[in-house]
Write a protein that binds this ligand. Sequence first.
Ligand SMILES: NC(=O)c1ccc[n+]([C@@H]2O[C@H](COP(=O)([O-])OP(=O)(O)OC[C@H]3O[C@@H](n4cnc5c(N)ncnc54)[C@H](O)[C@@H]3O)[C@@H](O)[C@H]2O)c1
Length: 439
Amino acid sequence: MSTDRPRIGVFGLGRGCDLMRKVNLCGGQLVAVCDRIPSKLSRAEEYMAPGGGYYVDFDEFIQHDMDGVIIANYFNDHARFAVKALEAGKAVMSECTAASTMADCVALVRAVEKTGGIYMLGENYPFTASSQELRRIYLSGRLGKVVFAEGEYVHPMSSNGILNIAPWMNEKDRELYDNGAAPILHWRRWLARTYYSTHAMAPLMYATDLEPRDVSCLAACIEEEAEKDSRFAGDGAAPMLVGMSDGSVFRVAGSCNFGPAGTWYRLACTKGGVETVRGNRPMIRMNFPDDRPTPGVTVTEQCYTPDFPEAAELAKNAGHGGGDFFVVYNFIRTLRDGMKPYFDVYKAVALSEMAIMGWRSALAGGVRFCLPDLRLESERVKWENYTFTPFPNNETGEPPTMPCCTRDIKTNYYGDIDPFEAYKARVAAEAEKAEKEVK
Ligand SMILES: NC(=O)c1ccc[n+]([C@@H]2O[C@H](COP(=O)([O-])OP(=O)(O)OC[C@H]3O[C@@H](n4cnc5c(N)ncnc54)[C@H](O)[C@@H]3O)[C@@H](O)[C@H]2O)c1
């Protein structure tokens, strides 16, 4: 790196703008941006270093003289750009999710190892003040060992809300919210309910240093509601039961479409419990069961609002409860100070695998599937060609290869091609073998 202020480029100027605004604040320099929609590029002017680059083509952008890139393009299409960036010698911070197919998970891990490059998942929910406090308390050992944990990221959206960020086929919406995709192909319409789950699980991983190992999922599709909605993915909820690396069980529900909105995390441990207070308040509730002869009586309960352990003044005004500050700050520190990213490529793909295998489980009626350990080349070869996806290809218009809804609602957009029919025989066969897969 040529400077003590790492030079950063940002790819995708929707969500990417939130992150772009933090780059200079966090000790980096914004030197390049890229979005296929030229009118979006001016959003960077206020933050750009002198002589900065503005690109509509990723392959040109990635040749810009810079140390790292923030990848914030379409949700289901991060991995192939992350691989290209690593191959061009750039450090990568990727928005969630790291990869949307098993094949992409394998390609990403291999690219990081082959290039020796830096890869960090920009998952922000572990870095709110309350999530950081969960980690501090858990690692102090006061609560004993976690047995069960829960994480919810509940973000219901009305049809209009969805139309606003995944425009329908009308020119007025397109003018307002152009995101470059053919509207019908935009990822938010096809977002199978388990896929956006990093915000539910990552804070629990960060608090406990555990990783997911297997998953079972049931999805709830309320047909009438789905019909009213403006997306093809009609399930309202798809909670997953996840076996963790130490044998504990976590329940996670990511991006659910029910009320009320909010995030919530709970660690239930052998000597007590701690949770965030429901309703998105940054408050923590901790309690310890009685250790006197009468069991079950709570003698200690504490509720308080924790502060950030560091950089509180800078973090407190940043989006997503300060999480947006810390992901950029940590990326800059990774580049400048050699800090190891917590959500490295292995943890990043473990989160993606949980979503992919969780959806496979939902389609198979809740069968438990293992998450392959992609640190092992022997596992990678088994999954390197598993390209099934519930998303259509935004560039080519190719249809999805698995359904994005547990009921066959509106997925007939592609006429005769019915991804549910095509995939369900396969998933049934896979489910039969699943008992053997679960170690
Ligand atoms: N961590 C969070 O709290 C959080 C919040 C919002 C969004 N996100 C994530 O950020 C990502 C982006 O979200 P969004 O809402 O901005 O999505 P979006 O689909 O609205 O916007 C993506 C942008 O990328 C551009 N783009 C896509 N492919 C491109 C290409 N090949 N070349 C050039 N430009 C291209 C599009 O033109 C568009 O401006 C998603 O992965 C989403 O999940 C995370």
